[in-house]
Unconditional design. Structure first.
Length: 277
């Protein structure tokens, strides 16, 4: 059964947190955490225009190269912010919500900047439990996953595809801050999880309850596995100094954004062909 909260607007018809109203966004919304990335991502659109900036939620709307409507709304960091974007955007016409951002890889052979597309996410957050029981899986929409993979390959990328793990205590799972991070990560590494981040478990579970098609595409500087420390080791700053230069990660996030923009077109094409059930 789909879930809908009561539409919560002010006297101008604007949603309480994002400040958005009917007609402000497209059916597909890209969602970075960093509000500064909203403007950067909007530069991948044609006819992009600024819609609203309120709290951490900065919105631009435009069209893709083939004139498919598209928007970008920054969420801010963490599960609560993501569920807020999902809850408010679905009330004003959003159908597809795609996270574009960064995380930390859990791979021994990870090359910094490699793109990782989520098929699902281990629920280490707290927010998703307000929507579904503990046994409920956090699964990305298969059509969004397919569209992201196809788009990535069109851009000449070889994405890693698999599970993320989301959590909402950043400094408890950061190798430069906690000496036991590698031990904490080992069970997830052994289980084949590819990346740890903050938002996707909430995105997938809340999105499912709201009837949204959701997906995530992210990149990482480095890996959090023992022997792949941030500063030394096979995937570190020492091994890949260019990956730690100013602008490198933003350039890779921009590639993720371009892939997500193309995936938006692919989703529209799939709909028109009747390939989405």
């Amino acid at each position: 059964m789909l879930f809908r909260a009561k539409k919560f607007t002010n006297e101008n018809g604007e949603m309480f947190f994002t400040g958005l109203k009917d007609g402000d966004i497209a059916e597909t919304v890209l969602m970075p955490g960093d509000l500064a990335r909203s403007k950067i991502i909007s530069e991948c659109f044609k006819q992009a225009h600024f819609v609203k900036g309120q709290r951490t939620y900065y919105t631009y709307t435009g069209v893709t190269e083939n004139d498919t409507p598209i928007s970008v709304v920054s969420s801010g960091m963490g599960p609560l912010a993501v569920s807020t974007v999902a809850e408010e955007c679905v009330q004003i016409g959003c159908k597809n919500l795609i996270r574009v951002g960064t995380g930390a890889a859990l791979l021994t052979d990870y090359e910094p900047g490699r793109i990782i597309i989520a098929t699902g996410c281990v629920r280490g957050d707290g927010n998703s439990y307000e929507y579904v029981p503990a046994q409920f899986p956090a699964v990305a929409n298969p059509y969004v996953v397919e569209a992201l993979i196809r788009a990535a390959k069109e851009f000449g990328e070889d994405p890693i595809v698999g599970l993320y793990r989301a959590h909402d205590a950043y400094y408890r799972e950061t190798s430069t801050a906690m000496i036991d991070t590698f031990d904490r990560m080992k069970p997830w590494v052994d289980a084949g999880v590819k990346m740890v981040e903050n938002e996707s478990a909430t995105l997938f579970t809340v999105g499912h309850r709201l009837g949204l098609r959701c997906g995530s595409i992210c990149v990482s500087h480095t890996s959090m596995i023992e022997g792949t420390d941030y500063y030394k080791g096979p995937n570190s700053k020492e091994a890949y100094p260019e990956a730690f230069e100013d602008g490198f990660m933003e350039s890779r996030v921009l590639v993720c954004a371009k892939i997500a923009v193309r995936a938006t077109e692919i989703l529209k094409e799939m709909e028109e062909k009747g390939e989405i059930l």
